[in-house]
Design a protein around this ligand. Structure first.
Ligand code: OFO
Length: 168
């Protein structure tokens, strides 16, 4: 059984993952409309990854006989988001991933305070994942900043992203 604090923390996290999935989906679609075929594949794919993060939480909560509560009141991030450039979009994604890392760390802390070592152990996968996700979004942002307004550079970067996606 999950105690109240853990149940609340996991519920928030599962809804954040759902929101992340929608955020990547929104951005993938925005980028696709701008003609970036490679970057949009990466973002669509990542939207699915975020959905899998959510599913993993749902399965865990059920295994521990907790309650799965999905937020259907809409998502504040997506309702308030507008992108003005590719750089702007990746700044937002990087900030978003950093926020998710802080929330995961907070949840890890709660699991220790509550002496719920099953949840502590379960969360280690998310800790590892966030290291990768932050590094990846920062690497993409750095490349975009390096390219600046060079259209040829952006074209080749988009091609690289397509190959990166195919190799996965
Ligand atoms: Fe982008 O990360 Fe989920 O957890």
């Amino acid at each position: 059984m999950l105690n109240e604090k853990i149940q609340e923390g996991l519920t928030k996290q599962l809804n954040r993952e759902l929101e992340s999935s929608q955020l990547y989906l929104y951005m993938a679609s925005w980028v696709e409309r701008k003609g970036y075929e490679g970057i949009c594949e990466f973002l669509y794919d990542h939207s699915n990854e975020e959905r899998n993060h959510m599913l993993k939480l749902i399965r865990y909560i059920n295994k521990r006989r907790g309650n799965v509560i999905l937020n259907n009141n809409g998502f504040s991030i997506i309702n308030n988001i507008t992108c003005i450039s590719l750089k702007d979009l990746f700044i937002k994604l990087f900030e978003h991933e950093k926020k998710i890392s802080r929330e995961i760390n907070f949840l890890v802390e709660i699991s220790l305070q509550e002496k719920d070592y099953f949840t502590y152990n379960f969360l280690q996968w998310y800790v590892e994942e966030q290291i990768e996700e932050e590094a990846l979004s920062k690497m993409i942002l750095d490349k975009i900043e390096l390219i600046g307004t060079d259209k040829g550079g952006l074209y080749f970067f988009d091609k690289d992203m397509k190959n990166f996606h195919k190799k996965k």
